[in-house]
Write a protein that binds this ligand. Sequence first.
Ligand SMILES: Cc1cc2nc3c(=O)[nH]c(=O)nc-3n(C[C@H](O)[C@H](O)[C@H](O)COP(=O)(O)OP(=O)(O)OC[C@H]3O[C@@H](n4cnc5c(N)ncnc54)[C@H](O)[C@@H]3O)c2cc1C
Length: 276
Amino acid sequence: MAAKSFSMEFFPPQTPEGVEKLRIARRQLAQLKPQFFSVTFGAGGSTRERTFGTVLEIQQEGYEAAPHISCVASTRDSIRGMLQRYREAGIKRVVALRGDMPSGMVEAGEFRYANELVAFLRAEFGNAFHVEVAAYPEYHPQAKSSQDDLASFKRKVEAGADSAITQYFYNVDAYFAFIEECQAAGIGVPIVPGIMPIGRFSQLARFSDACGAEIPRWIREKLHGFGDDTASVRSFGLDVVTALCDRLLRGGAPGLHFYTLNQAGLTTTIWQRLGL
Ligand SMILES: Cc1cc2nc3c(=O)[nH]c(=O)nc-3n(C[C@H](O)[C@H](O)[C@H](O)COP(=O)(O)OP(=O)(O)OC[C@H]3O[C@@H](n4cnc5c(N)ncnc54)[C@H](O)[C@@H]3O)c2cc1C
């Protein structure tokens, strides 16, 4: 059996203080020896230089860094140029996405869906990069149906994706049902669960509403009930997310990808509790 893949995600900070905070968090998280750190990318290229700078800094510190690339509102030339820069810098892994335009902005560009980006990457860069794509155990909110979403995921894999990272979820059964569905559809790539530690309820509720990740009622009610008691939110969240990770790994998940939100604390505690 292949070794499990444990990875962590950051967003590119906007301010010098944010850059410094991320350096400190990264130093702590690096001690856990994840396989790679990925760095998100603002759709339409809004974080292009910040993503590039963060990726390079991680790589120069001696860790594997994987930039996210989203293709919405982009041209082939701009994506090609970015990938060339990454290849020249020695980057070997990318997370290829469609991305979401901020509301009100028009999605004009040369790519419509992530499978087109994956196909472009393979056509232009061969096997220079390990290509990760996104997967949705609770289905993408814009998908016409779960069947359509599975077909879209399959298209990305057939276009050349090597592995996938999921949207976060708290329903463990949704993940395993999705894996079974993928296997039945002949999708054989590793599908690593994305894990969102629970730090602040309001922030989590906002993210979840936007991306279609369900917070089960019993978790939502508990978190809501804690109000401003951050310590209780974090303590309950750690128990819930550690148990989720444990069930995922015992059930055969090929690794875990942590959405760290540039914070080291919760991810480190979950990691240590799991004995990774
Ligand atoms: C691990 C992970 C990392 C992420 N990182 C970022 C990031 O760095 N920056 C960012 O902006 N966003 C990021 N996102 C969010 C992501 O961009 C959004 O979820 C986006 O809405 C979909 O991107 P995708 O690559 O999954 O799109 P796609 O795979 O293109 O799917 C998008 C939607 O279109 C449908 N679809 C796909 N192909 C077709 C077709 N041919 N015809 C009709 N419908 C189709 C799908 O079913 C789905 O509903 C990330 C998500 C995940 C899970």
